[in-house]
Design a protein around this ligand. Structure first.
Ligand SMILES: [Zn+2]
Length: 249
């Protein structure tokens, strides 16, 4: 059986002398493992198309449940990410989270579109990396079933909570004064960062990245989305630690 599909390389591991084993998020088959024989050979036609974070048109053959790459053409290399250490680290974080969020062999067009839009926003449109990260984190959490309810204070019902605070575990927002006693599970927002979170959740995947924010509101936004995602995925992303260590250089 042969199949041609579009795929984003989420992971590549060297295999034997000149091959690669890839984790690919494909449009038609979802996340699959692909062996790319000879991809590292000198003058290999599939070298660019099988590298980490490439978006490629791939022709695959399937034999006994194993996917083998027969042809590949790179559609987008995201060179804007590769030329910048911090952006490449952000790309690696987007890939690691996407890999975790994708179920094997289950097509997830929304997740693929979100990952591609995030890579495009950071690497091609040169949107602020922290903004891209926050949008990606909140949307990938929502796609995975963790959608915070941000419409109004969960306690008093005010649509514009006073000193809005996100309850990470409960996935709700409330006025700071509506809950008594501090908890490690709360992240302080402000009017602008709450507005941004609502925009991110209520827009299409592409439109979600188009807003401006910087300074303290952006810092609050990304702190909240990062911790919300990590809590609900119950994990610590190594690539995020690395991104943070290089982003200020
Ligand atoms: Zn309230």
């Amino acid at each position: 059986m042969y199949l041609t599909t579009t795929g984003l390389v989420l992971r590549e591991v060297d295999y034997k002398e000149s091959s690669r084993i890839l984790t690919v998020l494909t449009a038609s088959e979802g996340k699959i493992t692909v062996s790319a024989r000879g991809a590292r050979r000198k003058n290999s036609k599939t070298a660019a198309a099988t590298q980490f974070l490439s978006l490629s048109e791939m022709t695959l053959s399937n034999s006994h449940g194993r996917w083998v790459l027969t042809e590949a053409r790179c559609l987008e290399e995201f060179n804007g990410l590769r030329d910048d250490l911090a952006l490449l680290a952000l790309g690696a974080y987007i890939a690691e989270v996407t890999d975790l969020a994708a179920n094997p062999e289950e097509p997830n067009p929304e997740l693929m579109s979100l990952a591609l839009n995030a890579l495009f926003a950071a690497g091609v449109q040169k949107r602020p990396p922290e903004l891209v990260r926050a949008v990606f984190e909140l949307r990938v959490a929502a796609l995975s079933g963790f959608v915070p309810d941000l419409e109004a204070c969960a306690v008093c019902g005010k649509q514009q909570p006073l000193e809005p605070t996100l309850d990470l575990a409960g996935g709700v927002v409330h006025c700071r004064s509506c809950l008594h006693g501090a908890s490690y599970d709360q992240r302080q927002l402000d009017e602008n960062s709450l507005k941004a979170m609502r925009h991110i959740l209520n827009s299409t995947s592409k439109r979600a990245f188009s807003f401006r924010m910087e300074g303290e509101p952006l810092r609050r936004l990304s702190k909240a989305t990062e911790d919300f995602l990590a809590l609900h995925f119950d994990t610590r992303f190594k690539s995020l630690d690395y991104y943070k260590s290089v982003r200020e250089l």
